[in-house]
Design a protein around this ligand. Structure first.
Ligand SMILES: [Zn+2]
Length: 245
């Protein structure tokens, strides 16, 4: 059995979730997975959102985690094979938005943890959500980070602050430090931007100044330009070469 945390009945404002994690271990004993890829699935999506949008929000949120640490996520349609199983519960509007369990104790590659969203809240998927709506990506990110073993954090603005914050949507400095401490640096390499390279075999052909002569053809062979000009014409190439034919 995995040690999980009891739900707290005490909410301070709009808490993202209701766990009292004040006694969680830190440092070497911090809760974490022994694997670097977590499979996720769901039993029931949030019914007020299109199912594909619900899935997309989880993909976006889990992608934000993989961008900053060495943990990857993979969707599976079979909840029985998932490490993280999403589901719903009926709470009260404006109270606890969701809750999730942490990988504390004897965690294995087959451990399963729950993540539950409250259907009583007004969910939306939006980078700039209206004040009366809750962005699922932000809450899913917070709860998935609990599933990764991160407790609530204080001391600065963080996704893992216990209170929902519409001003941030990605892991912040405090969040990233905890993720990297558990799972190392991200495996994803940033996509390199192609840099145009000069091709030594195909330099720009010389050009003729206007009215300087008649160039029949220019080719490039063995590292040299070969210019052919009409008989009896002197031409001066742009690179200074003068050709008399
Ligand atoms: Zn929380």
């Amino acid at each position: 059995m995995v040690a999980t945390l009891p739900e707290s009945n005490v909410f301070h404002g709009r808490r993202v979730c209701g766990f009292d994690d004040s006694s969680l271990p830190f440092g070497e004993d911090a809760c974490k997975w022994p694997i670097d890829k977590l499979r996720w699935s769901y039993n029931r999506p949030i019914p007020t959102l299109p199912e594909n949008d619900f899935k997309d929000a989880v993909v976006i949120a889990s992608g934000f985690i993989s961008e900053v640490c060495g943990l990857e996520f993979e969707y599976t349609s079979n909840p029985r094979t998932a490490n993280i199983i999403l589901d719903i519960f009926r709470g009260s509007p404006g109270g606890e938005l969701a809750h999730a369990y942490l990988p504390c104790g004897p965690v294995t590659a087959n451990t399963q943890l729950q993540l539950n969203f409250d259907t009583a809240d007004a969910w939306v998927i939006a980078a700039n959500p209206p004040p009366n709506k809750i962005d699922l990506v932000r809450v899913a990110l917070h709860e998935l980070m609990h599933n990764c073993g991160i407790p609530h954090l204080s001391g600065g603005v963080a996704i893992m602050n216990p209170t929902y914050n519409a001003a941030i949507r990605k892991p912040q400095t405090l969040d990233i430090a905890e993720l990297v401490r558990r799972y190392g640096m991200p495996k994803r390499k940033p996509t390199p931007t192609p840099v145009p390279q000069p091709n030594p075999q195909q330099p720009n052909s010389p050009t003729l100044p206007a009215g300087q002569g008649e160039l029949v053809s220019v080719s490039f062979l063995n590292g040299k330009f070969i210019a052919r000009v009409a008989s009896g014409v002197t031409v001066k190439l742009a690179n200074g070469t003068e050709i008399v034919s």
